[in-house]
Design a protein around this ligand. Structure first.
Ligand code: IVH
Length: 721
């Protein structure tokens, strides 16, 4: 058949889309961006409309519903939806308890409520006058996707609340999950629907697990657009925390589950109290014993300060409450067969051996690949293809091969030999170090070029929408793009030459490339792909130096003094710091990199400004930095805008309403409206005008001096009253 005929184009698109759907939903390993996926679906839809004779009920355009590209509306949460910080051992749990004692200045043991940590997808349900009004995903914590139309898939979510004293407005947080039984049912169904073959001609269906794990399947299901598929799946929800509740105050966390059940909302049947970190630890151990009996997967325990009246004073970080912490269970291990060893060359040229495994369910997900780290590790453990190996996985951590079960080694196996040449470009691999690390030395190796550009464009770096891995492949192959600077000279006409790019998608890509020029400096620093420089360190460098030029000029000693900044505790210390400093210096001293940077400058990218670092440092050291003020009623001594100007000048932010993140409500004492009610609900400190004036007076720098901060070293606000 003619390869360019409409029919063969349609067939090819259907096959591509089905494969990408499978990689995304089942393997949990998408290889193209959502935008690229949408482009494929759009192209298929156009062809199907033009050639209705090739219509097919099983086409992915039908299977995924007609509104696939329509995203869910984004809706603000009433109270921000925070996450949790993790602890992994009892020492870290004790540190958490100690910090809490310090923050609250309390004596005696705290009582903790220990709950299961459900491994699902966070959701927030809003009930207005007892009726379900909205169901949102967690989103970015401030706003979530409005998935109300899919709420019916949560089979135990009531549309109406029952019982007594139901708050007028209730925002309640929980976890949507798929029971293990439902996961097994759907997996079996998927296998049998494939008719015993996995469709790739590679053998029996059982070799490939149809879905990655219950959590991903639950999260994917919540966002499905096709009602038919939704109807065939069952999820459940369990609630564990309050967002907003009008006219209701929770006294103890341990009372919440029963209260919720009283309103007809599903909650935990297992929660236990423990005194102090030791008591909490005992409960955590008990939970570990029984968690296998729960119908859902758990990946840990959540330890919450039971006395809710202390929550507001304990406060929040930008990411998590300080009054709760997640205890993550130890990694789980499993045995499986090593089918093959492949080698992946990344953007830095590092050639990493990967174990291709007989799929095995472990720690809540199906694992079919694991890292083998390096050739030294393979040699040391004598890992051979055909071996039965022990793999370990903890939460999101990449699974790794721990050891070989030598007794089960098949006869005739041979030691593994690392390839001598890069499988992508054929260059002889360079071997170095005791661990026998291999690196492809060819900077122009297509694997490295693709990897560097994809990293630069990725969401975590310059966030160029529409430039996912497959679009990058096309740019490199078809247009000869060689480095990130080349992206900025692409024209609409260039992009139109790529498969699957049409008027609209080409316009979108060109405008998202242009938009990326304004990204924050840290994104550019991270995107350059300097060895050893991750996101956090890039942020620290941007803050310290303020501009790319200042960073490029920085002498080695100055860079070394930045060591430890943002580094994980493990990496803290001189060695990691100087390795990073050397890496930065080497990067900027390289004439090729300098040329690349000049081309990025010429393209108009944001390189930061010389004054930015000083400004940032100054703002952070201001006495009210990080505090949030709201105002209600009229102040006698000044207008509200003056009051705002004063607190902002001292580093604080102001907000129009009172949320959980508000530290102070300045009140004239007469107004008792919504803000005062919210302040009571969240335990926000209410300041009279006098108290406010004393606070800002105390925080203001004294004439000619540094002034006496109103915030103590522990970060506690001292009111000076
Ligand atoms: S409390 C402000 N309790 O774990 C309160 N979260 O890794 C924050 N989770 O984002 C959440 N079980 O989606 C809480 N018993 C539980 C939980 C729980 C699971 C999820 C939640 C959170 C994530 C953090």
């Amino acid at each position: 058949m003619d390869q360019d005929s409409p029919k063969s184009q349609i067939d090819s698109l259907r096959a591509q889309i089905a494969e990408h759907e499978r990689l995304y939903r089942i393997e949990n390993a998408p290889v193209i961006s959502d935008d690229d996926f949408d482009i494929l679906v759009r192209r298929l839809r156009e062809l199907e409309e033009k050639y209705p004779q090739f219509a097919d009920e099983s086409s992915p355009t039908r299977a995924v519903g007609n509104d696939l590209t329509e995203s869910f509306a984004s809706v603000a949460h009433i109270a921000p939806m925070k996450s949790l910080d993790n602890v992994f051992n009892s020492a870290e749990l004790e540190d958490f308890d100690l910090r809490l004692h310090k923050t609250l200045g309390a004596e005696g043991e705290f009582r903790y409520c220990v709950e299961p940590k459900v491994d699902g997808a966070g959701v927030s349900a809003v009930y207005e006058r007892g009726r379900l009004a909205r169901l949102l995903t967690r989103g970015d914590g401030a706003k979530g996707d409005d998935i109300t139309r899919n709420a019916f898939v949560l089979r135990n979510l009531p549309e109406r609340l029952s019982g007594r004293n139901i708050p007028e407005l209730l925002e309640i947080r929980g976890e949507a999950y798929m029971t293990r039984a439902e996961f097994a049912r759907l997996s079996e169904l998927a296998v049998s629907e494939r008719g015993g073959d996995d469709g790739d001609g590679g053998g029996p269906a059982k070799r490939k697990a149809p879905y990655a794990n219950p959590r991903n399947l639950a999260a994917g299901t919540l966002k499905l657009l096709d009602r038919k598929i939704l109807e065939g799946r069952n999820l459940e929800v369990v609630f564990y925390s309050l967002g907003a509740a009008e006219g209701f105050e929770l006294k103890r966390q341990s009372e919440l589950a029963e209260i919720l059940r009283g309103w007809g909302l599903p909650s935990f049947s297992w929660t236990e109290l423990g005194d102090g970190p030791r008591g909490a630890f005992e409960r955590i151990c008990e939970l570990e014993e029984v968690r296998a009996d729960f119908p859902y997967n758990t990946d840990g325990a959540v330890v919450k300060l039971d006395d809710c009246s202390l929550h507001a004073a304990a406060g929040m970080t930008s990411h998590a409450p300080r009054w709760a912490v997640a205890w993550k269970y130890r990694a789980e291990r499993a045995r499986t067969r090593l089918n093959a060893i492949t080698v992946q060359v990344g953007r830095t040229g590092a050639a990493t051996p990967v174990a291709e495994l007989e799929p095995v369910f472990i720690s809540g997900s199906t694992v079919s690949r694991a890292t083998l780290h390096n050739a030294g590790n393979i040699a040391e453990k004598d890992i051979r293809v055909g071996d039965t190996v022990v793999i370990e996985k903890a939460g999101e951590i990449i699974p790794a091969v721990l050891e070989v079960v030598k007794e089960l080694r098949p006869a005739g196996s041979v030691p593994y030999e690392f390839p001598e040449n890069c499988l992508e470009c054929g260059s002889p691999l360079r071997k170095y170090g005791e661990k026998m690390l291999y690196r492809c030395p060819n900077l122009s190796c297509p694997s490295q070029v693709r990897g560097r550009i994809a990293h630069f464009a990725s969401r975590g770096c310059m966030d160029i929408r529409g430039l996912g891995a497959s679009a990058v492949d096309k740019l490199v192959e078809t247009l000869g793009v060689k480095d990130p600077a080349d992206i900025y000279s692409l024209t609409r006409e260039d992009v139109m030459k790529l498969d699957n790019f049409k008027d609209k998608s080409a316009d979108n890509l060109v405008s998202s490339i242009a938009a990326s020029k304004k990204r924050e400096l840290w994104r550019l620093i991270f995107g350059l792909g300097i060895l050893e420089i991750g996101e956090q360190f890039a942020k620290d460098l941007a803050r310290k130096y303020g501009s790319l030029d200042a960073l490029m000029r920085a002498p080695l000693e100055d860079l070394e003094s930045a060591r430890g900044l943002g580094s994980s505790s493990k990496k803290k210390g001189g060695e990691a710091g100087s390795v990073r400093a050397l890496s930065i210096r080497a990067f900027f001293d390289d004439p090729h990199n300098r040329a690349l940077i000049e081309r990025l400058r010429a393209a108009g990218l944001n390189f930061g400004s010389e004054g930015a670092a000083a400004e940032a440092r100054e703002a952070e050291s201001l006495p009210l930095a990080g505090k949030v003020f709201a105002f209600t009623g009229a102040l006698k001594s000044m207008g509200r805008s003056k009051a705002k100007e004063i607190v902002e000048g001292l580093g604080a932010r102001t907000s129009a309403s009172v949320t959980r993140g508000t530290d102070f409500l300045v009140s004239d004492g007469k107004s008792d409206g919504d803000k005062a009610a919210k302040a009571r609900e969240y335990g926000t400190r209410v300041l009279s005008e006098d108290e406010f004036l004393k606070m800002v007076e105390g925080a203001r720098p004294a004439e000619g001096g540094a002034g006496k901060p109103a915030v103590s070293e522990s970060g506690q606000m001292s009111l000076g009253i």
